[in-house]
Design a protein around this ligand. Structure first.
Ligand code: FAD
Length: 422
């Protein structure tokens, strides 16, 4: 903090104006709290800017570490675009990768899926409620997304998987070539069929949606402030923080900095195994008269093509490289080559790919709940591949816990205490 006079006092300060932080702020505000959101940038400029746009209601199994040798070797060879890595970086995160691998064993993965399911099940309803209040329902499309297949064997495997998901009550249609072409006439013949996952919602403007949530927050007297969350420090009335407009005090604080959350919890003595899986996107001009009506994913090659306000967004899989490293151009080039077999890509809209950080815990669950040793501090980070999906449901859960309401889902699996050395 700066030592400047305290200018403003709040019931709660939310650190981070991504989808998770903005959702926490809106839900706290609904419960009558005076709330500030502090970000070093405008809301929705972190990972929440550049994702693939899926409210992934159909993702009832978390994104696991590959357990089959063939799959592992394929990723290790870095021939596809699903996985990329910096060999010099792997030793640094090797203990984390081993834990991730351990938690990805089938029985543990099922447990993780069951723990997160109540949040996933709530994802669409919570987004729709916030979007309606923000007057942004048009930014949340009800067209689902398509998992595209390139040969009959792949389509049979995908259809078997979709049939297995019927137990979760998911609505998935198997598309042959004609049905696929009817939905997505812009796809090239390499796409021979697919699965239409119809429960998810999608957006064409992830940052725009967060901005609408931020505008709703401000219209209800929320304070959107610029500041560095690392200035957080315990203060007599709770917590203190320096912002561009002066110091503030808050009785309670929510830490929702995504992949940067460790920069605040580590100095407070917490040792949580949070790492970032990088992901990239690049926009291409939509071909005139062609393009896509909804996101199309090529799961085998590890990319999603999403129609966005800026153009056709090609979003890539996982890149295990230092957070600040230059973009993984090779991975993007491989994704681009495979994507252009599915849809004619126009010129890239930007010169360099955007890089985003997925905040990941090795047991594939976010950390949501009270900080074990600091009363008034709450954690809400680590949503990995599904932070856009889970942001609004997380906001509700955090606000319910902070205000003493009955939580809509069991928060126990998300407690920080599950990690030794916390
Ligand atoms: C390529 C890609 C595709 C993805 N696709 C999907 C998808 O389709 N569906 C889905 O559900 N999820 C998807 N994800 C994951 C999703 O983007 C993230 O899980 C989610 O955006 C995390 O949100 P967050 O609010 O926790 O973090 P962020 O959006 O990163 O927000 C953190 C905020 O903290 C701020 N901040 C950081 N440090 C400081 C500081 N010191 N002081 C002040 N402010 C600070 C940042 O400016 C930022 O605004 C994807 C991710 C990637 C990379």
């Amino acid at each position: 903090m700066t030592g400047a006079p305290v200018l403003r006092r709040f019931d709660a300060a939310v650190l981070g104006g991504g989808i998770v932080g903005m959702s926490c702020a809106l839900h706290l505000q609904k419960r009558g709290l005076a709330v500030a959101v502090i970000d070093r940038d405008r809301p929705g400029r972190g990972a929440s800017y550049g994702h693939a746009g899926l409210v992934e209601r159909s993702s009832v199994i978390p994104y696991a570490f590959p357990r089959r040798l063939g799959e592992l070797l394929r990723h290790a060879a870095r021939r596809g675009s699903a996985v990329s890595y910096d060999p010099m970086f792997l030793p640094r995160i090797a203990p984390w990768l081993v834990r991730y691998w351990w938690h990805s064993a089938p029985a543990r993965l099922r447990r993780a899926g069951a723990d997160i399911l109540p949040l996933i099940e709530r994802s669409v309803a919570e987004h729709e409620a916030l979007a309606a209040e923000a007057g942004a329902s048009a930014l949340l499309m009800d067209r689902g997304w398509i998992e595209v297949c390139r040969d009959d064997a792949a389509l049979r495997r995908a259809a078997d998987h979709a049939a297995g998901m019927a137990a979760f009550g998911l609505d998935a249609a198997v598309l042959d070539r004609a049905a696929l072409a009817a939905l997505e006439p812009g796809l090239l013949p390499a796409a021979i069929g697919g699965i239409h996952w119809r429960d998810p919602r999608t957006t064409t403007d992830p940052a725009g949606l967060v901005n609408r949530y931020a505008a709703l927050f401000e219209s209800r007297d929320g304070a959107l402030l610029r500041g560095d969350a690392r200035t957080l420090a315990p203060a007599p009335e709770g917590w203190g923080l320096a912002t561009a407009g002066g110091d503030l005090r808050a009785a309670q604080v929510v830490l929702a900095l995504g992949a940067a959350s460790a920069e605040v919890y580590r100095p407070l003595g917490y040792r949580l195994p949070l790492e970032a899986k990088r992901g990239h996107h690049l926009h291409f001009a939509q071909p005139s008269g062609g393009g896509l009506n909804r996101p199309v994913a090529d799961e085998v090659n590890g990319f999603v093509l999403s129609p966005m306000a800026q153009g056709l967004r090609l979003a890539t899989g996982i890149d295990l490289s230092p957070p600040g490293a230059p973009p993984a151009q090779g991975q993007m080039a491989r994704a681009r080559a495979r994507a252009s077999e599915l849809v004619p890509l126009g010129d890239p809209v930007e010169r360099a790919p955007w890089v985003g950080l997925r905040p990941c815990l090795p047991d594939m669950r976010p950390v949501i709940g009270p900080a074990p040793r600091h009363p008034g501090l709450w954690f809400a980070f680590g949503h990995a591949h599904h932070g856009f999906t889970l942001g609004p449901a997380t906001g509700r859960l955090v606000a319910e816990m902070m205000t003493g309401d009955t939580p809509f889902a069991d928060p126990a699996p998300f407690r920080a205490e599950r990690f030794a050395g916390r």
